[in-house]
Design a protein around this ligand. Structure first.
Ligand code: NAD
Length: 365
C-alpha cells in the first residue's frame, strides 16, 4: 500500500459530503476518492458529480469485487456499519467508519474479530480527539502540572426538532442503536475518555420526555473513573440553547471546553489556582496549537498512520471502551443497577442490544 491511498465512500448522504470536502481540503494527493456506493442512484449521481468520483456502485459487495482499494469510508446509517466493515476487512481493505461503530457490543465484537483476522485495520471516526488543544491538555495531564483530576462534567445539550426524526433510521433501536447517548453524546463522551482514561462504573437514568421516538431523548450518568475521579454526563436533544461542554477540575486548575460541533484553541479555557498559575500558563501557552478538531484532523492522522505503516486511529480498543460505556449507561438506566466495566458480557441482554431488556416506555412505531 502506498500514497495516494485509494478510498471509496459508502453511503452518500449528509455526512459523506463533509467527508469528501475534508478529504479534499486536508488530504489532497495523499488520499484519492476513487469510488462511491449508494443504492439511492440520485444521491450517488449527485455525489459523484460534485466530487468528480470516477466509479459508482449500488452495494459494497459490488464495490469490493470491482475495485482495488486501501480504504472504505462507511458513511451509511449505523445499521449498515458492521456488515460493511466486516465485508471490507474480510476483503483485506481498511475501514474508516462513522460513529457509532455498531448497534451493540455483540456487533462490535464481530467487527473486532474480523479486524483481528484481517491484514487491514478498523478506525472509527471520533473527530474531536484530534484538536491540538485536547492534545495539549493530555500532555499537561501526563506531565503532572495540572495535578490529579477530582471531578468532571460532560454535556451534550443539543436540540433536534420533531421533523429531524422523519428520517426512517433515526430514533429506533434497530437502526440507530439509541438516542442522544449513542448518536450525539458519543462525540463528547469519546473525547472525555480520551482525556481522562478508562471508566470503572456508572449509574444512570434515561428518559423519553418529548420526542416521538422509541429511543431516549435525554440521559444522565454518573461515572466513576479508574483513577477514582467522578464525572457527570448529560445527553439531551431537547435543549434550545445548544452547547457541547467538558469541564475537568484538577487539583491545580479547572479546564473547560465550550463549543458545539467542533472546537479550535479558543473554545478551551484554563483557570489555575494562584499557587500554580505561572507553570500552568507556560504549559497552556505552549505547543501543539492551531489544529481545530474535525474530520480533516482525523483524516490527516489516518494518512500519517498509513505512511508509517501503523494502524490508523481510533482503533478497536478505544472504540470499544466508549461503546461499552454507552451500553453501561443504558443497562444502568433500564435496570436501576450500578454497572461496572467488563460486566456487560455475552450473557447480558445489553450485550446484544443497547436497549437490552427493554426501555421502560412502550414503542411508539
Ligand atoms: N461524526 C459526525 O459528526 C457525524 C455527523 C452526522 C452523522 N454522522 C453519522 O454518519 C452516518 C450517516 O449519517 P447521515 O446523516 O449522513 O445519513 P443520511 O441518511 O443522510 O445518509 C446515509 C446514506 O447511506 C445510504 N445507504 C443506506 N444503506 C446503505 C448501504 N447498505 N450501502 C450503501 N449506502 C447505504 C443512504 O441511501 C443514504 O444516502 C450515521 O452513522 C451518523 O450517525 C456522524
Amino acid at each position: 500500500m502506498s500514497s495516494p491511498y485509494r478510498l471509496a465512500v459508502v453511503g452518500t448522504g449528509g455526512i459523506a459530503h463533509l467527508h469528501a470536502e475534508e478529504l479534499r481540503r486536508h488530504c489532497e494527493g495523499r488520499i484519492d476518492l476513487v469510488a462511491a456506493v449508494d443504492p439511492d442512484t440520485d444521491r450517488l449521481d449527485a455525489f459523484r458529480e460534485r466530487f468528480g468520483v470516477a466509479n459508482g456502485y449500488a452495494s459494497i459487495e459490488e464495490l469490493l469485487a470491482a475495485e482495488t482499494l486501501d480504504l472504505v469510508d462507511l458513511c451509511t446509517p449505523p445499521v449498515a456499519h458492521a456488515p460493511g466493515a466486516i465485508a471490507a476487512l474480510e476483503a483485506g481493505v481498511g475501514v474508516v467508519c462513522e460513529k457509532p461503530a455498531a448497534l451493540s457490543l455483540a456487533e462490535f465484537d464481530r467487527i473486532a474479530a474480523a479486524a483481528a483476522a484481517s491484514t487491514a485495520d478498523f478506525a472509527l471516526i471520533s473527530q474531536h480527539r484530534f484538536g491540538s488543544a485536547a492534545e495539549r491538555v493530555r500532555n499537561m495531564m501526563a506531565s503532572g502540572v495540572l495535578g490529579k483530576l477530582a471531578v468532571g462534567k460532560c454535556d451534550t445539550l443539543w436540540f433536534r426538532a420533531p421533523e429531524y426524526f422523519a428520517v426512517e433510521w433515526r430514533g429506533r433501536w434497530e437502526t440507530e442503536g439509541g438516542g442522544p447517548t449513542m448518536g450525539h453524546g458519543i462525540h463528547q463522551i469519546d473525547t472525555l475518555l480520551s482525556l481522562v482514561g478508562p471508566w470503572s462504573e456508572v449509574v444512570a437514568t434515561a428518559h423519553r420526555h418529548r420526542r416521538d421516538t422509541n429511543t431516549e431523548d435525554v440521559s444522565h450518568a454518573i461515572v466513576t473513573l479508574e483513577s477514582g475521579a467522578s464525572v457527570v454526563i448529560t445527553n439531551s436533544l431537547l435543549s434550545p440553547r445548544e452547547v457541547s461542554q467538558i469541564r475537568l477540575d484538577f487539583d491545580n486548575a479547572t479546564v473547560e471546553l465550550d463549543h458545539l460541533y467542533g472546537y479550535g484553541d479558543d473554545h478551551w479555557s484554563i483557570h489555575p489556582l494562584e499557587s500554580a498559575a505561572e507553570e500552568i500558563k507556560r504549559a497552556w501557552d505552549g505547543e501543539p496549537r492551531g489544529q481545530a478538531s474535525g474530520h480533516g484532523a482525523q483524516f490527516t492522522r489516518i494518512a500519517d498512520a498509513l505512511d508509517g505503516k501503523t494502524a490508523p486511529p481510533v482503533g478497536i480498543e478505544d472504540a470499544r471502551r466508549t461503546l461499552e460505556l454507552l451500553a453501561a449507561i443504558y443497562a444502568s438506566a433500564f435496570t436501576g443497577a450500578r454497572v461496572r466495566a467488563g460486566e456487560i458480557d455475552p450473557t447480558s441482554p445489553f450485550y446484544q442490544r443497547m436497549d437490552g431488556s427493554g426501555a421502560p416506555w412502550p414503542d411508539r412505531k
